[in-house]
Design a protein around this ligand. Structure first.
Ligand SMILES: O=C(O)[C@H]1O[C@H](OP(=O)(O)OP(=O)(O)OC[C@H]2O[C@@H](n3ccc(=O)[nH]c3=O)[C@H](O)[C@@H]2O)[C@H](O)[C@@H](O)[C@@H]1O
Length: 339
């Protein structure tokens, strides 16, 4: 018999089983993969999942925008594992659920490497769907309010198809997420994969990158550093800011979605700047600067589906959430509040 020069397999008995084989290993009931788990939303999700001692959590992240720092509280924990991996490459592991969050989310970062961003959304999502199919896992995609583009209906419910520029500088992200949603539904219809889709609206909270470039983190960092708050013109454009929350209910529920996860409270950027100024630094200046192309002029979620199907609605108001983020930013910047 051909042994490829290795007679071991045919002539020797297998080695004795490792003495560890008989040890009592910990076995969690649910093994959960979180892609992008070292990021801002991902790491908060990991904290919640780890609170359930039946869960074992595997995080994959390429650290393009995520940071190990966000997960350091779990290093060495027997139910936690961290893998440096880029989701544009296939991943072969055994899991029961997949939270697929991996993708740069700040316009500054996704525009910095648009090709990588769309690859993450398309190839990364295909790889995770392939994994879900192979192991029979349920998969949740964090999509975005950006799928509504610069919306022509206001507020936006999930039935709105959006108004998106397919060739603009934001397309790598918004069209990328739209294709990711399409892939999710195609795998669901063709292969029977269990899917969940959340459309997240402008989330903020502790652990956002200080230089993330999104408006809430920019204004808070600027107010703390006593630099002018940069309102991009015209300043009357609106967003609805939601304190990070809500994904586990969607995963555990029976509805595929898409479901809007957001806070219906709507603010102009001028109002946001004035609120940050009042709460964090009344002396800070406000500066009007140019905007970027295709910036959506208004955005506000209808959250009836989230309320009725998930029993979820946001509980933290902007005025309560901003100070929590201020506290986190001050700690990381090492700048205490002067009376
Ligand atoms: O969370 C969402 O729903 C999506 O929207 C965000 O995009 P965007 O809403 O444009 O987020 P920001 O970059 O924070 O901008 C919000 C508004 O603030 C303005 N802005 C931004 C930064 C700044 O310093 N000043 C300022 O006035 C922008 O012009 C824009 O009108 C991101 O694309 C995604 O992270 C996310 O999926």
């Amino acid at each position: 018999m051909a042994t490829n020069g290795n007679s071991y397999a045919t002539t020797k008995p297998p080695p004795n089983p490792s003495p560890l084989r008989n040890a009592k290993f910990f076995q969690a009931n649910m093994r959960i993969l979180v892609t992008g788990g070292a990021g801002f939303i991902g790491s908060h999700l990991v904290d919640r999942l780890m609170q359930n001692e039946k869960n074992e959590v595997v995080v994959v992240d390429n650290y393009f925008t995520g940071s190990k720092d966000n997960l350091k509280q779990w290093f060495g924990h027997p139910r936690f594992e961290l893998i440096r991996h880029d989701v544009t490459q296939p991943l072969l592991i055994e899991v029961d659920q997949i939270y697929h969050l991996a993708c740069p989310a700040s316009p500054i970062f996704y525009k910095y490497n648009p090709v990588k961003t769309i690859k993450t959304n398309v190839i990364g999502t295909l790889n995770m769907l392939g994994l879900a199919k192979r192991v029979g896992a349920r998969i949740l995609l964090t999509s975005t309010s950006e799928v509504y583009g610069d919306p022509l209906v206001h507020p936006q419910d999930e039935s709105y198809w959006g108004n998106v520029n397919p060739i603009g500088v934001r397309s790598c992200y918004d069209e990328g997420k739209r294709v990711a949603e399409t892939l999710m539904f195609d795998y669901h219809r063709q292969h029977g994969i269990e899917i969940r889709i959340a459309r997240i609206f402008n989330t903020y909270g502790p652990r956002m990158n200080i230089d993330d470039g999104r408006v809430v983190s920019n204004f808070i960092a600027q107010a703390i550093r006593n630099e002018p708050l940069t309102i991009q013109s015209p300043g009357t454009q609106t967003r609805s800011f939601c304190y990070v929350d809500g994904l586990i209910r969607l995963m555990e529920g029976s509805n595929t979605g898409p479901i809007n996860i957001g806070n219906p409270g709507e603010f102009t950027m001028i109002e946001l700047a004035e609120t940050v100024k009042e709460l964090i630094n009344p002396k800070v200046e406000i500066q009007h600067v140019d905007n970027t192309p295709d910036d959506p002029r208004q955005r506000k979620p209808v959250i009836t589906k989230a309320k009725e199907l998930l029993g979820w609605e946001p509980t933290i108001k902007l005025r309560e959430g901003l100070p929590l983020m201020e506290e986190d930013f001050r700690k990381r910047l090492g700048i205490t509040r002067t009376p």
